[in-house]
Design a protein around this ligand. Structure first.
Ligand code: GLU
Ligand code: ZN
Length: 303
């Protein structure tokens, strides 16, 4: 057993303060790492300026610290990783795996979101996205993995997704590219995150493969997708639907509610303890198997 082999991460986008749903993701990834004597890294996914709210990164880091969720090593900022993403794009282009696509959003929506490879053989203009070619439909297009929480999951990238955008039409690197590059670069072994990203995982595995990761390396990454915390209307908590911010000064209570939501069965007396005591209890008693294998669970107060 090499305990140091576990490297987990929490990768927030600075689009607003943490709410209950993002706290649950931070906490679960932290507890799983600490329970396995692993490292826990924090990566700031600040590569989409139009969606970002100034000051969110500082707020998120303060919220993590105030809940006792202290990360290992240096923060990695995606905004400082352009050289790595450009190198990855150059590699994919040199391998003949990418092409330019100037289809507009409307066209892709009309296709039901599954891109049809229209631009593979076209000469397109300057304002274009870069897409990664998928293999011909067949066994190579099927990406399968066993999720630690949701169980077996697979996708046929050809019929369910289409050629993957690696650089956006607006010139920004795509989330799928940046995450694949960084998870590989940081040697991430365990990715515990929200179930809204379950259907992105096959794309990320495929991008890693195209960038040179072996089938064994890719198969060794463990994914665990947590149920989503939803509001009374059944919507994922988000800034757009006014998810309440975490109340400062309420850290113990927030942690207890998150543990209860994750069905870790925290004793009621724990609720009055300080955050470090609660975290120590939770690390020792962490049980991934207790997390319900369901897509959504109402957040506290939303039932
Ligand atoms: N930055 C993404 C988000 O906040 C999460 C990325 C990931 O965990 O892979 O939704
Ligand atoms: Zn196109």
């Amino acid at each position: 057993m090499k305990p140091s082999a576990y490297i987990g991460r929490f990768a927030p986008s600075p689009t607003g303060p943490l709410h209950f749903g993002s706290l649950v993701c931070a906490l679960a990834s932290y507890l799983d790492a600490r329970h396995h004597q692993g490292q826990w890294l924090v990566r700031i996914e600040d590569i989409d300026p139009p969606r970002e709210i100034p000051g969110s990164t500082a707020t998120i880091l303060k919220q993590l610290e105030s809940h006792g969720l202290l990360w290992d090593g240096d923060l990695l900022y995606q905004s400082q990783r352009s050289d790595a993403y450009n190198a990855a794009l150059a590699q994919l282009r040199n391998d003949g795996l990418t092409y330019s696509c100037d289809c507009n959003r409307q066209r892709v929506v009309e296709l039901g979101g599954i891109y049809d490879g229209h631009c593979r053989q076209r000469q397109v203009g300057s304002e274009s996205a870069t897409r990664l070619r998928l293999p011909e439909n067949g066994r190579d297009a099927i990406m399968a993995f066993n999720d630690l929480i949701m169980g077996d999951y697979q996708q046929n990238l050809c019929t369910e997704v289409g050629d993957i955008v690696v650089k956006r039409r607006d010139g920004l690197f795509s989330y799928q590219l940046a995450v694949a590059v960084d998870d590989h670069f940081q040697n991430i072994s365990h990715i515990i995150r929200g179930a809204d990203l379950l259907s992105s995982t096959p794309r990320q595995l495929y991008v890693q493969r195209c960038l040179g990761a072996s089938a064994d390396q890719v198969a060794a990454i463990q994914y665990g997708h947590l149920p989503l915390a939803v509001n009374a209307e059944g919507q994922k908590l988000s800034k757009q639907n006014h998810a309440p911010a975490l109340v400062p000064g309420d850290e113990s209570n927030n942690l207890w509610l998150a543990l209860d939501w994750l069905q870790q069965a925290p004793p009621i007396e724990l609720r009055r303890e300080d955050k470090q005591y609660i975290l120590n209890w939770a690390i020792a008693n962490w049980s991934m198997a207790s997390i319900p294998k369901t897509a959504e669970i109402p957040a506290p107060g939303a039932e």
